[in-house]
Design a protein around this ligand. Structure first.
Ligand SMILES: Cc1cc2nc3c(=O)[nH]c(=O)nc-3n(C[C@H](O)[C@H](O)[C@H](O)COP(=O)(O)O)c2cc1C
Length: 383
């Protein structure tokens, strides 16, 4: 094939480039951004073991908004990393807090596997409902508990993925939907119960994706978090990974760059939106989590519930992907946010998570910062 700009664009048009999970390729001299998945079981003390699993939790835009202060081999304090927030699409840190809830639940499951009960004291110095601040999110203590039954979800932690591929037409059996939505930490969970409701949610999630992509301040937040190519991903193993065949050349020729991706007339932009919308359109069903109020504790409980659902689905061979756009709190999304509450028929509760659920081949593990990058330097820290 001739090595031309037009051919590049044709390649680009046929490739899924945006929001794609990383195709893991190890490049010499650069750290493997998926190494934390392989390293999780090698930690040499109980607190590092549980934290090494917790950092594999799902979290919004893969921001990994956690920072940890170690105290000793069984105690730590969790803080939010303020540099990892999403001010445009998550102005009140609601999704960031849900991600921290996912982290705490995976930590609890891993502690249980090691014969510990994780005692978690949420917001010991209080919290700000508008934005998270410097005060601790949780104090964590591992207490030896000899009579604990092993949590059956532990075995799924390393296999769990957010799956952004189109799902096939296979329906998720109702018995599985009931089982998955039974996982709860004081949240109310639901799933679509008719083909009409499923179709309404497909249309809603597509419209909300279009709104986020076509609203410059929210779309640019995503563009700024795009990591293009394996070297950039290895350097910043967070955000949105873009790694497709020939990405090095596409990048070198300026065909894929933050500049082209931010141009709404470019084929790269159109392809990204199409990929996201096609995935939403292929949703076999949807599940959701809602809460009676919308406190920080509700948000933490949502995260704890969501990751358990995601782990149980993994065990059942079922894929999930949150589609959060319609749940976000910025003025342009307000109408679709109201619509999402109507379609899910949750009667005055706050919709906290909406995810599509179905079947597709499993994707690759997404990048993570290693635990060492997330530790707060402190004289009592054990490195
Ligand atoms: C609160 C929350 C909201 C999320 N929203 C979306 C979303 O709208 N679209 C999406 O593709 N993934 C969404 N995710 C999934 C994350 O992007 C994903 O967890 C992260 O990239 C890490 O990938 P992994 O789950 O495969 O480890 C969300 C996750 C959480 C916890």
């Amino acid at each position: 094939m001739k090595f031309s700009r037009r051919n590049f664009i044709r390649i680009l048009g046929g490739s899924a480039i945006i929001m794609a999970p990383i195709a893991c390729s190890s490049v010499s001299n650069t750290p493997d951004p998926t190494a934390p998945w392989a390293d999780a079981n090698t930690a040499n003390n109980p607190i590092k073991f549980v934290l090494s699993h917790a950092l594999l939790a799902p979290n919004p835009h893969n921001r990994q908004p956690w920072m940890i202060q170690l105290h000793d081999e069984t105690a730590a304090t969790l803080f939010v990393d303020p540099s990892q927030d999403l001010p445009e699409t998550d102005p009140f840190d609601r999704q960031i807090t849900i991600g921290l809830g996912c982290f705490l639940e995976v930590l609890t499951i891993a502690a249980n596997n090691q014969g510990f009960q994780a005692k978690i004291d949420y917001f010991p110095e209080g919290f700000n409902q508008q934005t998270l601040d410097k005060r601790p999110i949780a104090k964590i203590e591992l207490l030896r508990a000899s009579s604990l039954l092993p949590d059956p979800l532990f075995g799924q932690i390393l296999h769990r993925r957010t799956n952004r591929k189109p799902f096939n037409e296979q329906q998720v059996p109702t018995i599985n939907l009931i089982e998955i939505t039974k996982e709860t930490f004081g949240t109310n969970n639901g799933f679509a119960s008719s083909t009409t409701q499923i179709e309404q949610l497909r249309q809603l999630t597509i419209a909300a994706a279009e709104m986020e992509f076509e609203t410059p301040h929210t779309y640019m937040e995503s563009v700024n978090l795009m990591r293009i190519g394996s070297a950039e991903i290895a350097k910043n193993p967070d955000g949105i990974s873009i790694d497709i065949p020939m990405i090095g050349l596409l990048k070198a020729f300026g065909i894929v760059s933050k500049k082209t991706l931010s141009d709404q007339t470019s084929s790269a932009f159109k392809q990204g939106l199409k990929q996201y919308s096609d995935a939403a359109a292929s949703s076999a069903n949807f599940i959701w989590i809602s809460t009676n109020t919308n406190t920080r504790i509700d948000q933490i409980n949502t995260g704890r519930t969501y990751v358990r659902q995601n782990l149980l689905a993994t065990k059942l061979g079922i894929s999930m992907q949150p589609l959060s756009q319609a749940l976000q709190e910025y003025p342009e999304m307000q109408q679709l946010l109201e619509e999402a509450h109507k379609v899910t028929q949750i009667n005055g509760q706050r919709l906290q998570m909406l995810a599509r659920i179905g079947y597709a081949a499993t994707g690759n593990a997404s990048p993570r910062f290693p635990l060492s990058a997330k530790l707060i330097e402190h004289e009592n820290n054990q490195h």
